[in-house]
Ligand binder design. Structure first.
Ligand code: MN
Length: 746
């Protein structure tokens, strides 16, 4: 048992703490308790407390504090009721203790037992070693969602509490949990409308993967707080007066955007903290019966005072987002020429925005239209999951695309609405209506105009699909469809077609093998496929069928009994690109820079990942690739979350050791005003003052603004920081940032 010095409580104090937490939970639940409920909750607490009584968390706390905290999140932050609280209290019992599902069923009934069963299944997810297994498990998680959404909601609460208490975990555990969270749980929370939780999860992830950036932004937010408050008050004043004059019952306040979203802006738009224009948003919450009407009235009152941007008006009051979000967003020009986002909601909408799916249940009696949209989405997931051929990894990738994209509203000729991710094409639309329609689609009429199937749709388009019986899906289709449904159906058809075609190939091959007097056994097929680098025998057979592979090639094989033996593969030394050695890319030379844990480091060769180009001083991890050995990535690499979440078993711990003999290639991006001497000034700093070895420099200038990239060799992150710092202090230079690659697809 590890008891850290942070945690020193006597048994008595511990008991008091546990009871205090339990009473806190009851207080929150009070107004929902019906007759007999209190007894059940108490019983669940007792069962859990007893089952976990000898267990402690990594921090040294009694374990029962964890289920108690999860139960509180379930009530206070997600808004679920008694059944969910019981399940949250029991969520780790079946997994980790003697308690059985049967006992839970006998004591609490079949619903809690089913939900706890779902939670137990999901919790096995993290420990698996196999990639496809991991993806299968993610798929399982999504299945439970389609089953009883409470399972995933409690799981999200569980994950949130784990993220909040990650401090005492080991570094690699932290990274793994954070990656899974940003890869799966945060997007899911978002999709289920749990904005607050999603935001907190993202901030906590950033804190783990990029502590420096997180703390810097947090500090800057703190430093600018007074100034911001002053501005917000100035901005709000006339609106408040106007709303009061018009007898609105309302609340108005400004709130800062999350650290993660600010960081995201900085990174994707290449701007500094100071340049992120929407560091905060103004929120107006109305108490009213006439929701739609009053939201628009308030909008009109605001625009009496401030000029609004027509492009940035978002009306999710008339048509809610598909995750149920409702609000009116507008961006107006505030004092000092600053753009300010204003969000107008009613109390009910606010409840939905904060508690998502669960709040929908609460308002269900009202016969809300958004309810059915969430149902649609769940139905969609169920359909996809039932596709027996869908590869789990592809499925997750495709689904994530659906989760992240913005939405557009499109219409059938009859005026039925379809919500699609933005970027959707006419073909996506066809598949969204019916697979058969998609499969045979040859074109469409968008707003009565004829367009190709790849035509990208826009908001409010009306689409009529044109089909032909002769049409069938081809590979190209995958290049432009964006919805998960279209992708998975097209892949399915293509696979089917390949399978059928492969039959022809099999016949051709069999004849050839007959001739060689060996059977067309699986073993022989694999021998051939492997030798010619086909992924599978099916791929080989398909290639034969379409004339991509000539069976005469088989004459180089020899025959032993009924086995076909491939000739020796000539050993190919992969020649390195010319200056690779000099770049420090491959490091078998003397003086290791990297310590790789758990192995003797001096035998291991590694490469630095191209996506993030780590240099000594960066926080890094090693990743074992299929074809290129060990690759080193930064923990804040754009691809890190995907790698860690899906291939945890291929990750090795790595850390830099002090040694300055090897140089690493890295790059910086520079922005500034185009000035005659600027290039000279930059090279002067790089080669002159810092004596750095510059590899290349490219400058683009337009309308008096220039943007440049410099590639240099450095020994350590400190040198890079120094370079950025020096360049930034030059006259005319606006901003210097480290070069980052875009996340790669898949
Ligand atoms: Mn747990």
């Amino acid at each position: 048992m590890i008891v850290t010095d942070k945690y020193l409580l006597s048994e008595e104090e511990e008991k008091k703490l546990i009871l205090r937490e339990y009473r806190g939970l009851l207080r929150q639940l009070k107004h929902r308790l019906k007759k007999g409920d209190k007894k059940l909750v108490r019983r669940a607490f007792e069962v859990a407390a007893d089952a976990h009584k000898h267990m402690r968390r990594k921090s040294g706390e009694p374990y029962i504090l964890h289920p108690l905290a999860v139960a509180r999140i379930v009530v206070e932050e997600i808004g679920l009721g008694v059944t969910s609280v019981i399940c949250a209290l029991l969520h780790d019992t079946v997994e980790d203790t003697e308690v059985t599902l049967k006992e839970i069923e006998l004591e609490f009934g079949s619903t809690p037992s089913r939900i706890v069963e779902g939670l137990t299944k999901i919790s096995n997810v993290v420990e698996t070693k196999d990639t496809t297994q991991q993806a299968e498990n993610f798929k399982k998680i999504l299945l439970t969602l389609a089953d009883d959404p409470r399972v995933i909601l409690i799981k999200i609460a569980d994950r949130l509490h784990n993220m909040r208490t990650l401090e005492s975990m080991s570094r690699d555990k932290q990274l793994k949990i954070a990656s899974e969270t940003s890869y799966l749980y945060a997007p899911l929370a978002h999709r289920l409308g749990l904005y607050e939780i999603k935001t907190e999860m993202e901030d906590l992830c950033l804190k783990i993967t990029d502590r420096e950036v997180h703390d810097e932004i947090a500090q800057k937010l703190k430093d600018t707080k007074r100034e911001r408050s002053r501005y917000i008050n100035e901005f709000i004043k006339p609106i408040r007066e106007e709303l009061e004059v018009n007898h609105f019952d309302f609340e108005i306040y400004g709130r800062p955007k999350s650290i993660h979203s600010i960081w995201n802006k900085m990174r994707t738009k290449h701007v500094t903290f100071e340049e992120v224009y929407d560091l905060f948003a103004i929120r107006i919450i109305l108490k009213t019966e006439h929701e739609k009407e009053d939201c628009w009235k308030v909008f009109s009152l605001i625009t009496n005072h401030y000029q609004h941007s027509v492009e940035r008006l978002r009306d999710w009051v008339s048509t809610p987002k598909s995750n149920g979000y409702e609000a009116l967003h507008t961006t107006v020009m505030g004092p000092g020429g600053k753009w300010v986002e204003v969000q107008i909601r009613t109390e009910r909408m606010n409840d939905i925005a904060e508690k998502g799916l669960a709040a929908h249940w609460k308002y269900k009696e009202g016969g809300n239209a958004t309810e059915s949209k969430l149902d649609d989405w769940l139905k969609n997931i169920r359909e996809l999951l039932q596709n027996p051929d869908s590869n789990a990894m592809d499925f997750i990738q495709d689904l994530k695309k659906d989760i992240f994209l913005d939405e557009i509203y499109t219409y059938t000729p009859n005026g039925d609405m379809r919500i699609l991710p933005s970027g959707s094409t006419a073909l996506d639309f066809a598949f969204s209506i019916h697979s058969e329609l998609g499969k045979t689609c040859i074109g469409a009429k968008v707003n009565y105009k004829l367009v190709p199937i790849s035509h990208v749709l826009r908001n409010a388009d009306q689409i009529e699909i044109i089909t032909s019986k002769k049409q069938k899906p081809n590979d190209d289709w995958l290049k432009f469809v964006v919805t998960a449904k279209a992708r998975s159906r097209i892949k399915y058809y293509l696979k089917e077609e390949k399978r059928i075609k492969a039959q022809d190939g099999k016949e051709i091959l069999s004849r050839k093998l007959d001739h060689l007097k060996v059977p067309a056994s699986q073993q022989n097929l694999f021998e051939i496929a492997n030798f010619f680098h086909y992924h599978s025998p099916t791929d080989l057979l398909y290639s034969i069928a379409i004339g991509g592979f000539d069976v005469r090639e088989l004459s180089q094989f020899s025959v032993h009994g009924d086995r076909l033996i491939a000739p020796e593969q000539p050993k190919r030394e992969e020649p390195l690109p010319e200056n690779e050695e000099q770049l420090g890319r491959n490091i078998p030379a003397k003086g290791y820079e990297l310590v790789i844990f758990g192995e003797s480091a001096d035998r291991i060769q590694y490469k630095l990942a191209n996506c993030c180009q780590p240099i000594p001083g960066d926080d890094v991890f090693g990743f074992i690739t299929a074809s290129e050995g060990l690759k080193i990535h930064r923990t804040n690499c754009p691809n890190a979350a995907t790698l860690l979440a899906n291939y945890g078993h291929r990750v090795v711990k790595a850390k830099w050791a002090k040694n300055k003999e090897i140089s690493f290639l890295t790059g910086v991006k520079i922005n500034g005003l185009d000035d005659v001497g600027v290039i000279h000034k930059i090279t002067n700093v790089v080669s002159g003052e810092l004596r750095m070895n510059m590899r290349s420099m490219s400058i683009d200038s337009k309308d008096g603004i220039f943007e440049g990239t410099i590639m240099v060799f450095v020994n350590h992150k400190e040198e890079l920081d120094e370079l950025c710092h020096r360049l930034e202090s030059l006259n005319g230079i606006n901003k210097v940032t480290r070069l980052d690659m875009e996340p790669t697809q898949n």
